[in-house]
Design a protein around this ligand. Structure first.
Ligand code: CP
Length: 326
C-alpha cells in the first residue's frame, strides 16, 4: 500500500509571526491538546500535498536548523534534515558530538547557546531525561526534543498519531496495543500520553521487567483511559486496531543477562498475524532488531515504512510552525 494523495486544504502557509507556535519549544506531548493536534495534522497534510505537487519550496528559505544528536539516529535526524531542505532551509548537522567541542567537555547549555548564534531552531537528541528542557532554558531560539533518554519523543508521537489518523481515518474508538520494551521506550511513553487525548483503549504487552512505568499508568488512569497489561499478545491481538511494536532497548540495560532474558520475547510474523483483524495496522518507530519478521513487510497492514514518510510531513509542519510560517 502506498500513502494516499490528498486534495489541497489551503491552510495558511505564509508569514504569521503571531501564529501560536511561533518561537515555541516542543519538549513534551503534554503541551498539546486536541485542537493543537488537529492544527498540526492539517498543516502536515498540506505539506504532504506540497511535496507531492512541487517537491521542494521556499517557505523557510534563509532559515537554518541545528540538528544536534548526542545519540544515534537515522529517521529523526534525516527526516528533520529532509524537512528543512524540502522547505528551502539549510541544516547544521552535528550527528557525531565527539567531533564537536562536546568532546572537550563543553556543557549542553553552552553548546546550545553557541548553535543558536548560527541557527534559527535547534533539534536535540540527548541520552538524559530532561535534557531538552535544560537546552530550552538556555536557548532563546526554539528547541525541539528529538528524544531525551527514556523520557519523551514528542515529534515521534505526533507522527504516530498522524499515521493512525491517515491510515484508519480516526483515532477515537480504537484499541491500541503497545508491545515490547514499555519501560525504556520513550516513543511509547509519548504516544500513550498523546492518545489519552482521545477515546482509546490501551493494551500493554511486555515482559514483567519491561512494564509501562506505574507513574505513567496512574497519570492516564486519572484521565479515565482504560488500560490493561498482558505478558502475551494472544489475548488482545484479535481486538487490536493498532499494534505498536517496539524493540528491547539493549543500550538502556545495566545488566546484560537481564537483556538476554527478554530480547526475543515477541516476534510478529504472518503466522502470529492470522489472529489479527484484516483492517488494522502494525506500526514500529524503528529500528527493528528481530521483533518483526521482514517477510511481513509486504502485508498491507505493515504500516511502519509509511509511518516514516508521514514523519517527514509532520516535521515539516513543526518547523514551519515554530518559525512562524504556519
Ligand atoms: N524512530 C526513531 O526515533 O528512529 P531513529 O532513532 O532512527 O531516529
Amino acid at each position: 500500500m502506498t500513502i494516499q494523495k490528498h486534495t489541497m486544504t489551503h491552510l495558511p502557509l505564509g508569514d504569521h509571526k503571531t501564529a501560536p507556535w511561533y518561537g515555541k519549544d516542543i519538549l513534551s506531548v503534554k503541551q498539546f491538546d486536541r485542537l493543537d493536534l488537529e492544527y498540526i495534522f492539517g498543516v502536515a497534510h498540506e505539506m504532504h500535498d506540497m511535496v507531492d505537487h512541487i517537491g521542494t519550496f521556499d517557505l523557510l528559505k534563509g532559515k537554518i536548523l541545528a540538528n544536534l544528536f548526542y545519540e544515534p539516529s537515522t529517521r529523526t535526524s534525516s527526516s528533520f534534515t529532509a524537512a528543512m531542505e524540502r522547505l528551502g532551509g539549510s541544516v547544521i548537522p552535528i550527528n557525531e558530538v565527539k567531533y564537536s567541542s562536546v568532546a572537550k567537555g563543553e556543557s549542553l547549555p553552552d553548546t546550545v547557546r553557541t548553535l543558536e548564534c548560527y541557527a534559527d531552531v535547534i533539534v536535540l537528541r540527548h541520552p538524559e531525561v530532561g535534557s531538552a528542557a535544560i537546552a530550552a532554558k538556555a536557548a532563546r531560539k526554539p528547541v525541539i526534543n528529538a528524544g531525551d533518554g527514556i523520557g519523551e519523543h514528542p515529534t515521534q508521537a505526533l507522527l504516530d498519531a498522524f499515521t493512525i489518523r491517515e491510515e484508519l481515518g480516526h483515532i477515537d474508538g480504537l484499541t491500541v496495543t503497545l508491545l515490547g520494551d514499555l519501560k525504556h521506550g520513550r516513543t511509547v511513553h509519548s504516544l500513550a500520553r498523546l492518545l489519552s487525548l482521545y477515546k482509546v483503549k490501551l493494551n500493554y504487552v511486555s515482559p514483567d521487567i519491561l512494564r509501562m512505568p506505574a507513574e505513567l499508568m496512574d497519570e492516564l488512569s486519572q484521565k479515565g483511559v482504560e488500560q490493561t497489561e498482558y505478558t502475551t499478545l494472544d489475548a488482545c491481538l484479535p481486538e487490536t486496531d493498532v499494534l505498536y511494536v517496539t524493540r528491547v532497548q539493549k543500550e538502556r540495560f545495566a545488566d546484560e543477562a537481564a537483556y538476554e532474558s527478554v530480547k526475543g520475547a515477541y516476534v510478529i510474523n504472518a503466522e502470529v498475524m492470522k489472529a489479527a483483524k484484516q483492517r488494522m495496522i502494525v506500526m514500529h518507530p524503528l529500528p527493528r532488531v528481530g521483533e518483526i519478521d521482514p517477510a511481513f513487510d509486504e502485508d498491507p497492514r505493515a504500516a511502519y515504512f509509511r509511518q516514516m514518510e508521514y514523519g517527514l510531513y509532520v516535521r515539516m509542519a513543526l518547523l514551519a510552525m515554530v518559525l512562524g510560517k504556519a
